[in-house]
Write a protein that binds this ligand. Structure first.
Ligand code: SF4
Length: 486
């Protein structure tokens, strides 16, 4: 082997490296960091089509189909696989340079034909990556042509959504795909005067399968028949029994089609279902509500009371008892959270829920950061903070990233940060614990199985946070303060 010397592009002395390391922890650097306009560093959001895929995969027999680049499709699949530690089936028509020049219609024809022949799906929802969106591929015409030319059967459901990542995030992709699927499946299904008696529950973009299971458990405890749309719980959390199921779980297509005649529809994430709920409000029968995710006791109470009102069912004793257990757990743990300062990063709906829980515990949300949000979200968050004495010193940052968050943590410290795995670098630099709630969580196991909503979720969150603070105390205290009892 020949010897060669690599010449560094830019040489820096150890002193210079030390100087910069210290400088990026200063107010001076923070100001420059917040002046940043063109560059995003470690954003706390994912691509639009990834959100579309979460919906597309969560219907029975549904094969998500990516119209666009193979690399993008691999990123969506690997992110889901890393988060859930499960296979994440999806296919792609792998557009390359020729597709970018001549359009992706031929790729789509071949891709749809092969995918249908090989995997026999009941539905193939199609969504796009940036490349076909930049060149202006016409999905409506392409899919119609694919059916006219016999590449796929006419009757195969092929809802589709345009999901350009340069114009939105995973929550917008979730919204667009949900709208497309519901429009497609419910077409011609509305019957005046018919009522299925069921609740349609839309959880929104939620990487926590435990949450979906918890929603179902609460509804069963209330004796309310339901359809969860889209139901990821069995798609991304399947039993390990030695067999691979390509189409595990998911919302049944006929249930989704019938949802238009439901007794009521509730979305539990306002910001990830904006256009879907607007359309449902015009087209669906029954009562329509958008509510915040039921984080903590107050919001869980509101959710259950709303169900009780809509369906005329009393809150069962079992759930009242669970509420009491949650209040007891909060009382036991409140001394370890009360007065602690937190930074929180995540999707708008998760942020509203987590901040509400922190305020309930007497904890202090100090920096709240969302990497894609509107002024409406800022106002809603501010109103929530203003409603509690513990929310008074908090600043809400929208359209900022985790490099901004790092500056905040090192110049204006807090006791812990709540967010997804992407926040671990900022947490490490600030020497504070990261409490993993959100999506994706790819450096810890099984957290997606542990609900963070409902009374049980409140117990889970406060247990995780309080015990971590106690661990830190045990690990860092002087010998005379190393106590048996905490
Ligand atoms: S931003 Fe666009 S091109 Fe990049 S991975 Fe996402 S969808 Fe693909």
């Amino acid at each position: 082997m020949s010897e060669c010397t690599l010449k560094k592009v830019t040489e820096h002395s150890p002193e210079e490296i030390e100087r910069v390391k210290e400088w990026i922890n200063t107010e001076d650097y923070k100001e420059k960091n917040f002046d940043r306009k063109a560059l995003v560093v470690n954003p706390a959001h994912a691509c639009q089509p990834l959100g579309a895929q979460m919906v597309a995969t969560a219907f029975e027999g549904s094969l998500p189909f990516v119209h666009g680049s193979q690399g993008c499709a691999s990123y969506f699949r690997s992110t889901f696989s890393r988060h859930y530690r499960e296979p994440a089936a999806a296919t792609c028509d792998a557009m390359t340079e020729d597709g970018a020049v001549f359009g992706g219609q031929n790729n789509l024809f071949e891709g749809l034909e092969n995918a249908y022949a090989l995997y026999k799906p009941k539905m193939m929802p199609v969504y796009t990556t940036c490349m076909p969106e930049v060149i202006g591929d016409d999905l409506t015409a392409f899919i119609r042509n694919a059916k006219l030319q016999g590449h796929i059967p006419e009757e195969l459901p092929t809802p589709y959504a345009n999901t350009p990542s340069f114009n939105g995030t995973h929550i917008h992709g979730y919204d667009s795909m949900m709208l497309a699927i519901l429009k497609y499946l419910t077409e011609g299904q509305k019957v005046e005067g018919k009522c299925t008696g069921k609740l349609n529950l839309i959880p929104g973009f939620d990487g926590n399968t435990g949450n979906t299971r918890e929603y179902k458990r609460l509804l069963e405890a209330m004796d309310i028949p339901y359809t969860v749309m889209a139901d990821t719980s069995e798609v991304f959390d399947t039993p390990c029994d030695g067999t691979y199921k390509l189409y595990a779980g998911g919302t049944k297509l006929e249930d989704a089609a019938e949802s238009i005649n439901g007794k009521a529809t509730i979305s539990l994430q306002k910001y990830s279902t904006l256009t879907t709920m607007k359309w449902i409000g015009k087209e669906y029968s029954g009562a329509i509500e958008t509510m915040p995710m039921p984080f903590g006791v107050k919001k869980t109470d509101e959710f259950l009371m709303k169900l009780s009102e809509m369906f005329g069912k009393p809150i069962p004793e079992k759930l009242k008892e669970e509420r009491g257990l949650a209040v007891d757990a909060m009382t036991d743990a409140h001394q370890y959270l009360h007065g602690k300062k937190f930074a929180v990063v995540g999707d708008p709906d998760y942020l509203i829920g987590i901040v509400s829980f922190l305020l309930e515990m007497g904890a202090i949300p100090h920096h709240v950061l969302c990497s894609r949000a509107t002024k409406k979200f800022s106002k809603e968050m501010q109103a929530l903070l203003d409603s509690s004495p513990f929310g008074q010193g908090c600043t809400v940052y929208i359209n900022k990233d985790l490099w901004h968050m790092r500056s905040l943590l090192v110049t204006d410290p807090v006791d812990g940060i709540i967010g997804d795995t992407h926040a671990k670098w900022a947490a490490r630099d600030a020497k504070i614990p990261l409490f993993r709630i959100g999506f994706p969580i790819i450096d810890r196991v099984n957290l997606h199985r542990s609900p963070v909503i409902g009374y049980q979720g409140a117990i889970n969150i406060l247990t995780m946070i309080a015990n971590k603070f106690l661990d830190i105390k045990d690990e860092t205290c002087e010998d005379q303060w190393f106590e048996m009892m905490r």
